[in-house]
Design a protein around this ligand. Structure first.
Ligand code: AMP
Ligand code: MG
Length: 487
C-alpha cells in the first residue's frame, strides 16, 4: 500500500462553518518529540486511512495536530456544562480541538478530534495538556466499550508528545486522537440557548438532525422528534452501561452526547463487586454519579436539553413545556424495558419472557450478588457453565452457596440458553487492577501489559487459552478503587 500524501486526508470543516459562533479557530501546541504509542488499525481502515502513513513521521504529526491538512479548520468548540449540578456557562474545549470531519468508508461523517493538544481560550486554569496514563486509559476503555457493543467515541491513537506535564509528579505528556460521530453535547445546546440567539439554536438543532437523526427532518415537529430521538438513544445507552457494570463517574451535561455515544472517559471504572452504591471518582463526594444513580442523572441531563430546546418546540412556553415533559416521560419506560430485556438475556431467557417470572429472578440474583460481594462480571459469565449443568464456578464466587442453589434450581428449570449468555456476558473487561497495572507500565515505557490487555478486552466474549488472569476478579488486597478526572 502506498502512503497517502497529507493532502489526501480530507477533513471537512462543517461544524466550524455551520456553527462559527461556537467554534474558535485554534492550533495544537507543537509536540517536541512525538512518538506513536498505540494505533488502532481497524479504526484507521474504517476511516480510509493508511496505517503505514499514520505510523510515518508525517502521520504522527497529523495525529497530534501539528500537520494540518490543507482545507482543514481546527477549532475549539464552545459548550456549557452543569458540573455536579452547578452551571458553568462557558466551559468548552480547554485542551481539545476538533480538527475537522472525515467521511468514513461507509460514507458517514466522523469527527477527527484531539485531546491534550494544548491550551485554548477555554482553558481557564488548566495547562491544556494530558498525561500518557489517562489518555491510554480512555483508549483502552473506549475500545473495550466498542467491543462490548456499547455506543462510544473511539480512539484512533495515543501519541506521546515528548513534553513532560506537571501533575502530582512530572508525567510524560500525550495526545489522544479521538473519533466520534460528533462532539455535540447536551452542553452545546445549553450554550446556544444561553446566547439568546434563536437562529443559532435552530442551526445547531438542524446540524444535529442532519448528522444523527435525519428522519427527524421529515417529522411533523422536527425539533421535538430530535429530542425524542436523543431520549431514546440515551435510555438505551444507560441500560447498556448498567447491564455491563460501567460507572461513567462524571456525567456532567458537557459529557453527554446528543448522538448517544459514551464520551469522556475520565474517572470511569467497571464494577468489581456488585454494590449499587459504588462511586469511584475521588471528587464525587455525594455519590451523585454512583452506579445506581446513573439513569436518574441521565434523565436530569435530558431535562436540561429539553429546557434548551423549548423555544424551538412551540412559541407558547406552556405548550412547549407540555410537549417536552411528555417526551421526557418516555425515558423511564424505554430505559426499564431495555434493562429488563438485557437482564433476561444475561440470564439466557428469551426477550419477552414472562416478566412476572423473570423479574423476581433478576431481583433475587442481584440481592444474592450484593449480599455475597461477588464480582459482577465473573458471576454472570460463570452462569453459562451453570446453564450447561456445572454450577460450581458460580457457587464458588458466593459465601453462601445454599441460597444460590435454591435460586439456580428455579432458574435452570426455565431452560436458559448458555450460548446466548456467552454472547452478552463478557469474560474480559478492563478490570480496574489490570488497567492500573497497564498504565503504570506504559508510563514507565513498557507497553507490553497494555497491548495484552487490549487484546483481551477487544474480543470480550470469546474465552481464549492463556487469558485466565484477565477474566479473574481483583486480588483481595487491591482495596477500594479511586479514580481521578481532569488529568
Ligand atoms: P472534563 O471534566 O474532563 O469533561 O473537563 C471539564 C472541562 O475542563 C472541559 O472544558 C475541559 O476542556 C477542561 N479541562 C480539563 N482538563 C484540562 C486541562 N488540563 N487544561 C485545560 N482545560 C482542561
Ligand atoms: Mg468533558
Amino acid at each position: 500500500m502506498t502512503a497517502a500524501a497529507p493532502s489526501t486526508v480530507a477533513l471537512d470543516g462543517r461544524f466550524a462553518r455551520e456553527l462559527a459562533e461556537m467554534a474558535i479557530p485554534w492550533r495544537a501546541e507543537e509536540a517536541p518529540d512525538p512518538r506513536l504509542l498505540v494505533l488502532n488499525e481497524p479504526l484507521a481502515a474504517e476511516l480510509g486511512l493508511d496505517p503505514g502513513y499514520l505510523r510515518d513521521a508525517d502521520g504522527v504529526r497529523l495525529l497530534v495536530g501539528n500537520l494540518v491538512p490543507s482545507g482543514a479548520t481546527p477549532v475549539a468548540q464552545a459548550y456549557t456544562g452543569h458540573q455536579f449540578g452547578w452551571l458553568a456557562p462557558r466551559l468548552g474545549d480547554g485542551r481539545a480541538l476538533l480538527l475537522g470531519e472525515i467521511t468514513d468508508t461507509d460514507g458517514q461523517l466522523r469527527d477527527f478530534h484531539l485531546k491534550g493538544s494544548g491550551r485554548t481560550p477555554f482553558a481557564r486554569g488548566g495547562d491544556g495538556f494530558a498525561a500518557v496514563g489517562p489518555m491510554l486509559r480512555e483508549y483502552v476503555v473506549s475500545e473495550a466499550m466498542h467491543a462490548l457493543g456499547i455506543p462510544t467515541t473511539r480512539s484512533l491513537a495515543v501519541v506521546a508528545t515528548g513534553r513532560p506535564v506537571v501533575r502530582d509528579t512530572m508525567l510524560p505528556g500525550a495526545v489522544l486522537t479521538r473519533v466520534a460521530s460528533s462532539h455535540l453535547r447536551v452542553g452545546s445546546f445549553q450554550y446556544a440557548r444561553a446566547t439568546g440567539d434563536l437562529n443559532l439554536l435552530r442551526r445547531l438543532a438542524d446540524h444535529a438532525i442532519a448528522r444523527h437523526y435525519p428522519g427527524a427532518a421529515d417529522a411533523e415537529q422536527p425539533y421535538l422528534a430530535l429530542f425524542q430521538a436523543v431520549v431514546a438513544a440515551q435510555a438505551s445507552l444507560l441500560a447498556r452501561w448498567m447491564l455491563v457494570g460501567f460507572v461513567h463517574g462524571v456525567m456532567n451535561t458537557d459529557n453527554m452526547t446528543v448522538s448517544g455515544e459514551t464520551i469522556d472517559y475520565g474517572p470511569c471504572a467497571f464494577l468489581d463487586a456488585f454494590d449499587p452504591a459504588t462511586v469511584y471518582s475521588s471528587i464525587d463526594e455525594t455519590g451523585r454519579y454512583s452506579y445506581r444513580n446513573q439513569p436518574v442523572m441521565a434523565e436530569w441531563n435530558l431535562t436540561r436539553l429539553a429546557e434548551s430546546l423549548l423555544p424551538l418546540l412551540h412559541e407558547e412556553q406552556a405548550q412547549a413545556v407540555a410537549q417536552a415533559q411528555e417526551s421526557l416521560g418516555a425515558f423511564r419506560r424505554q430505559y426499564s424495558s431495555a434493562w429488563s430485556a438485557g437482564m433476561a438475556a444475561k440470564l439466557g431467557l428469551p426477550a419477552g419472557f414472562d416478566d412476572g417470572v423473570a423479574s423476581p429472578l433478576v431481583d433475587e440474583v442481584l440481592t444474592l450478588l450484593q449480599a455475597g460481594g461477588a464480582d459482577y462480571t465473573s458471576f454472570f459469565r460463570s452462569l453459562s457453565a451453570a446453564a450447561r449443568g456445572n454450577t460450581e464456578p458460580a457457587r464458588s464466587l458466593l459465601p453462601d452457596p445454599s441460597a444460590f442453589d435454591a435460586w439456580s434450581a428455579r432458574w435452570s428449570a426455565l431452560g436458559p440458553d448458555a450460548d446466548v449468555m456467552d454472547r452478552v456476558n463478557p469474560a474480559y473487561i478492563p478490570r480496574n487492577h489490570l488497567v492500573e497495572e497497564a498504565l503504570a507500565a506504559a508510563t514507565g515505557g513498557d507497553l507490553g501489559p497494555l497491548e495484552r490487555l487490549l487484546d483481551a478486552v477487544t474480543r470480550p466474549f470469546e474465552l481464549r487459552p492463556g487469558l485466565g488472569r484477565y477474566a479473574a476478579a481483583a486480588p483481595g488486597d487491591f482495596g477500594a478503587y479511586r479514580t481521578f478526572c481532569g488529568t
